[in-house]
Design a protein around this ligand. Sequence first.
Ligand code: NAI
Length: 262
Amino acid sequence: MDLSIDPILDFTGKVAVITGAASGFGALVAEELGRRGARLVLGDINEAGLQSVVEKLTASGVEVQAMTCDVSSETDCAAMVALARENFGSLDIAINNAGIAPPMQHFEDVDEEIFDLQHRVNVKGVFFGMKHQLKVMRTQGSGVILNVSSMAGLGGAPKASSYSAAKHSVVGMTRTAAVEYARHNVRVNAICPFFTLTPMVTNMQAPEGATADQLHATFAAGCPMKRLGKPEEVVSAMLMLCSPALTYVTGQALAVDGGVSA
Ligand code: NAI
């Protein structure tokens, strides 16, 4: 990816914590921030995936620390923040990205276990991260948090009720923290992507009798651009929201959706 607006996207010396960094948006945003000078603290439950991301970054000269982290554990989320402070002395950017998608089911078929799991990972994972990140950023008097919500966090999402509930919560926490911490020079925003071709979507189980391509075509039909997103299109929006140049943008939930919400 080459974004030729580098003064805006210069992250030299910034310290960034990223959850869910072993795959998809998390791995790509780590690579792009690293390439632009950031020092990174990465976490994921997927130890092997995380290790290969770390090896790639290290080989290209990026300073990176990593730990196996389950975001549904407050202890793990706090440990990522501590790792940033102990190794790099500050925390400038936190990207709460780790998340899971539920099986596609009608509302009436969703059981409590699925609903709880969505909230344990997609809501508590962001809450625990923010809680510890905000404390450090308030004390420093600066910082940027970016939460990864979804289009399902801005509107109805057929056959994804538990996911939609969880992602709406992420938007709510984002706006609340933005208002509460603005006076401490901490910005908090969210991105809300439409279906994008990361492993989360490419590995999605198609309904019986349909292929993955047919499922993707159905999603694309609902988008004015008539296609799914590319990971780099979402990551460029993530970089923009974390940019040191966007000093007056906070409390926003930015749709990255090919016009779906227009
Ligand atoms: P992905 O499946 O490629 O990556 C998600 C990463 O999160 C994986 O590395 C996974 O191991 C990690 N993870 C899952 N549970 C975790 C836990 N408990 N603790 C720590 N790490 C955990 O998927 P993708 O697309 O990169 O997803 C990133 C975020 O983007 C998620 O929050 C997802 O809900 C959101 N999103 C994705 C969209 C898409 O179409 N791909 C659309 C809208 C939002």
